[in-house]
Ligand binder design. Structure first.
Ligand code: FES
Ligand SMILES: [Fe+2]
Length: 381
């Protein structure tokens, strides 16, 4: 699952004590992590982009649905009889009730509990209005559930709150990202871990912390810092998206020994950043899938959801145990080391929202994300 050129480039870096480098450092104003106006602009931007909403396994069969709040937008995402997915605003056309109160289930009809208006799961059309003769004419064609563009690719279900019909998910990912995701076979995978955390940290700091390649040996001295190499990486630029490849310590000894590099790709970790707020971290038996959501009312809060996906064909008790073990390692590093540090950064930024943070030349993946945000928000080049 790792491109052959990546193994060669990483080994070359390990042999020469080098890493991929950008031309310059990137400076991001500290205020971008604290300023309410900036936070609102980011949320408005996210609402114009395709966003991950659910994994296929959460609604595998016709009629399955989940309800979600995506940046405050209440949604029903429903598997249609033809196998496709649709998303609707979870809001009744009559006087605004939640049409579906459950978080998941299987239904043919969604009925609002307030006065009993009902809607088709397939297509969202208005189906029945009790006491219809006591209303004026109700134009059924326009009174179905408000639709949002939803699409599934590689088992990832995305919703576009801006309903931009010119942009397909295939366009949004692009062929390079498609080729990176496809081998993981996420459409045939199950969710083994699904955890959500709300924290008093700006969402970009949580993204940064998971992408950052120059901190493991310092912040995770006695943990993952021993297993992965710090400040060695290959970065691939896929337009808005990008992917970092890093080396596990074993690859360094292979590089040093100078022998054959067969199987070297086993000792490479990767993080595919799916702009704007998702990440896929590849591991031998599972994929860690992160989404990080800014809070609507504070620049200083976010919600991170981490799912571990495992291909159904290899999923057994043994693998499940190992994946849970991986989760414990991640949870410990994140909860005891990464997130407390990010929380300090947030507190510091609020105390002193001046100057800039510096992303060094080797921090390509972090810089890539912030450069794209600047392009989309400030028209930067
Ligand atoms: S608000 Fe839904 S039926 Fe009245
Ligand atoms: Fe970390």
């Amino acid at each position: 699952m790792v491109d052959a050129d990546v193994v060669a480039r990483l080994v070359d870096h390990l042999r020469h004590d080098t890493t991929d480098l950008a031309a310059d450092d990137l400076f991001v104003p500290v205020a971008h992590f604290t300023d309410p106006a900036r936070a609102q602009a980011e949320i408005a931007l996210l609402k114009r982009l395709p966003l991950f909403v659910a994994h296929r396994s959460e609604l595998p069969n016709a009629g399955d649905f989940v309800t979600r709040e995506l940046l405050g937008m209440p949604l029903i995402v429903a598997r249609q009889s033809d196998g496709g997915v649709r998303a609707y605003l979870n809001m009744c056309r009559h006087r605004g009730g939640r049409v579906e109160p459950e978080t998941s289930g299987n239904k043919r009809v969604f009925m609002c509990r307030y006065h009993g208006w009902s809607y088709e799961r397939d297509g969202g059309g208005l189906r029945h209005v009790p006491y219809e003769n006591s209303f004026g004419p109700i134009e059924r064609a326009t009174q179905g559930l408000t639709p949002f563009r939803a699409e599934e690719r590689h088992g990832l279900i995305y919703v576009d709150l801006s309903n931009d019909a010119r942009r397909s998910l295939a366009d949004w990912f692009g062929t390079d990202v498609d080729a990176q995701i496809a081998p993981w076979r996420l459409q045939d995978s199950q969710i083994v871990i699904d955890k959500t955390f709300t924290m008093d940290i700006n969402w970009k700091l949580v993204m940064d912390g998971a992408i950052d390649i120059i901190h493991p040996r310092f912040l995770h001295q006695n943990g993952v810092g021993k297993l992965i190499e710090t400040n060695v990486g290959v970065f691939k630029d896929f337009g808005r998206h990008g992917k970092h490849f890093g080396a596990r310590s074993r690859l360094r000894s292979m590089a040093r020994d100078g022998g054959a590099l067969d199987g070297g790709s086993k000792y490479i970790g990767s993080n595919l950043v799916l702009y704007p707020n998702a990440m896929m971290i590849g591991a031998p038996e599972h994929v860690e899938f992160w989404t990080v959501w800014p809070a609507l009312d504070s620049a200083a809060r976010c919600t991170v959801q981490i799912r571990f996906l495992v291909r159904s064909e290899i999923l057994d008790e043994h693998i499940e145990k190992r994946v849970h073990k991986s989760w414990e390692i991640l949870e410990q590093a994140a909860m005891q080391e990464d997130w407390p540090m990010e929380r300090w950064i947030q507190q510091n930024a609020e105390a002193w929202p001046h100057g800039s943070f510096r992303y060094g030349r080797s921090e390509l993946a972090c810089a890539h994300l912030h450069r794209q945000l600047a392009r989309d928000l400030d028209g930067a080049r």
